[in-house]
Every structure is written in C-alpha cells, then in structure tokens.
Design a protein around this ligand. Structure first.
Ligand code: ZN
Ligand code: ZN
Length: 368
C-alpha cells in the first residue's frame, strides 16, 4: 500500500500529521464594549481559530437586541472587553478536526447558549440550565464581528429560502416566544393572551397562529400597537384597571387558556391571571423583579391556575423555528424595521434608540 493510498483511506490520520494552526496571520474587525456607559468601538482582533469541536462562522447578519443596550448601560456585570451580539447568522468559514456534518459555506444560525449536554442539569432539566454554560455576546465573544467561533453544536442550518437577517433575529425573542408557547403545549385550539405587543409580542402572535391557536388577544395601551395587532389577526384589548373584564368580554365570557407576560407589568399580569380559564397558565417571560399581587386562594388554588417561568429556549426549538420559517408559517419581515451597516456609529445609534425606548421593532446589522 502506498502512502498516498493510506492518506486517502485515512484522511483523519493524515490530517493529524499537520496540526491545526494555533493562530492565523490575519485579523478581523470586531465591534466591542470596553467599558459600561461608553460607545462600542471597532477594533481589529486576531482571526478566531476553531478547536476540534468548533466552527468559525463568517457573520452575515446580527440582530441588535434590547439586552445589548442593557449591557452597554452597565446593568449586567460583564467581563470586558467583550464583543456583543447574540443573534447571529452566517456561513461556516472553517471547522475543527472533529466536526462532522458541517461544511465550509453552509448557512447557519447560532444558538446563543453554550452547554455541555452531559451535566446533571443539562440531562435532567434542559440545556439552558447547564452548570458550565455560557452565552454568546454575554460571557463569550459574540457576533458583532466579521468572524465568530462557536461549538459546532451551536449551529442550526438555515433553509435556503430564509434570509440571514430573519434567521438572526429568530435566535432570541422569537425563540423565547416559541419556548413560552411550548411550555403550555399543545397550543392548538387555545385562546392565548399576549400581554405587551412589542417585538416579542409580534413573534408570539405569528407563532400562536402558526400553532393553531383558536384566538389570540393582544393587550397593550398604545393605539398604534393595538391597530397593528388587529391588522395581523389578533383581537386587540386595551389594558386598564378593567382588564380582567375586558379579557372575559373578548372571549365571550370564557377567559384565556394562556397569558404570556411579555411586558413585566405586575398589575397587568395579576389582572390577566383572573381572566384565565380553570387550569389556565400565566407564563412569565419579561424580566421583572416586581412582586406579583395575586391572591393564592382566589386567583390560583380555587381554579387550579398556574404561574410558570420561561427561560431562553433550546437548540431543538430553533430547528423547529427554521422549519416554520421555511414553510412561511412565520415571516420575520413583519418584525424587522431596518438593517444597518456593520459600523460602530450605526450600532451605537440603534442602542441609543433602544435606551430611549423609541423603537419597538428589530434592527439588524447586515454585513457586506
Ligand atoms: Zn436578544
Ligand atoms: Zn451542562
């Protein structure tokens, strides 16, 4: 047997004779947070090198999330400097030696949670509770960069018909809305009340309809949002002190099976609980630390209602979302308001708007 034949039959063995590089000679542009309260800055960083089980993705789209504005404003204790960006889609540029099933050029979106898949929490409770987990753009350098390195297990294939920008924004709020609905599955034939009709609410509405909800109620105080909700097929319900009765009236006296708290307003959530059917569920999705003013006997026990939390989402759910997008059951064009270039000033400008609360839809960085 010649040595050439050996190499052909055992490509892995052959590759091991030329070890993977530990560094490349070129650098890539990243837009990073160096200090809280300061604008993000563009810098050149070493091109990432994939470990055996990792891929390097050339970023094509990255969503700008309200969380990123919170990070820049110093609400979270982050180890800095950090490249933000946890809503990321792109193409596989390089891969480690033990990565199977992905090839250079594949279009992928990235699950922002890094998880081990083998610890007790991963196995018994779900990957979003991993004991050694991390999050892209939070404690791992994220996708405001020309290239990002992630475990191959983070990659979710993007169907050919789904644009990078849509896939990117689906990695965060849409996925969380989907997880919240999955926690109350099956959704088919149920009445779903969405408390707060912003970007997350639009995703929740599209998904609830795609999953066969009988009726979707959109609760808000802003006329434009209520009108928009109606145009998308929801029943608009104005939020005030009579919300419980308004929800009952909007459902012919029956009440809602599920209420999704996407606004974090404790008073609104408490009123919605009282409009749930017996056995109905309030899902807490928005981050809030305000006490929830419910009466345990009257509001919960006597009707067997429940209140549950919702944290992040799973990789499997992201794959299901991609299928829903491919079949046009959901269309993210309605949730994206603008694309901006990969430029520090442009990104800081969007974060400023998020700080001021003047934008509800999503902005996405589109890379050249
Ligand atoms: Zn996000
Ligand atoms: Zn784990």
């Amino acid at each position: 047997m010649t040595s050439a034949a050996t190499a052909e039959e055992h490509p892995a063995a052959d590759r091991s004779q030329s070890p993977a590089p530990t560094a490349y000679s070129y650098r890539v542009k990243a837009i990073r947070l160096f200090a809280p309260h300061e604008p993000l800055r563009a810098v050149d960083v070493p091109a990432p090198v994939p470990a055996d089980d990792e891929i390097v993705v050339r970023v094509r789209a990255a969503g700008i999330c309200h969380s990123d504005a919170h990070y820049r404003a110093g609400f979270n204790q982050l180890r800095l400097p950090l490249t933000l960006g946890h809503e990321v889609a792109g193409v596989v540029a390089r891969k480690g030696g033990r990565v199977d099933g992905l090839t250079e050029g594949d279009r992928v979106a990235l699950h922002y949670l890094r998880f081990c898949g083998s610890c007790r929490r991963c196995v018994e409770h779900g990957e979003q509770f991993c004991e050694t987990g991390g999050m892209l753009g939070n404690n791992i350098d994220g996708g405001y960069a020309e290239e990002v390195v992630v475990p191959a297990a983070s990659a979710v294939r993007i169907p050919a018909s789904v644009p990078f920008e849509h896939a990117a924004v689906m990695m965060c709020s849409t996925a969380t809305a989907y997880h919240a609905l999955r926690l109350t599955a099956p959704v088919a034939n149920k009445t779903i009340a969405i408390l707060g009709f912003g970007g997350l609410g639009i995703s929740a509405l599209m998904l609830a309809r795609a999953l066969g909800a009988a009726q979707v109620l959109a609760v808000d105080i802003v006329d434009e949002k209520l009108a928009f909700a109606r145009s998308m097929g929801a029943t608009p319900v104005r939020s005030d002190e009579n919300l419980t009765q308004a929800l009952l009236d909007a459902t012919g006296g029956r009440g809602a099976d599920v209420a999704l708290d996407l606004a974090g307003r404790a008073d609104v959530s408490a009123r919605a609980v009282r409009a749930l059917v017996p056995g109905g569920t309030l899902v807490l999705v928005a981050l809030s630390t305000a006490p929830l003013p419910v009466n345990p006997y009257r509001d919960l026990l006597a009707r067997e209602r429940r209140i549950i939390g919702c944290s992040d989402h799973t990789r499997a759910e992201l794959e299901e979302l991609m299928e829903l997008a491919e079949t046009k059951a959901i269309d993210m064009s309605a949730a994206i308001s603008e694309t901006v270039p990969f430029d520090a000033d442009a990104i800081n400008g969007v974060l400023d708007k998020l700080d001021r609360g003047t934008t509800t839809l999503r902005s996405v960085i589109a890379f050249e």
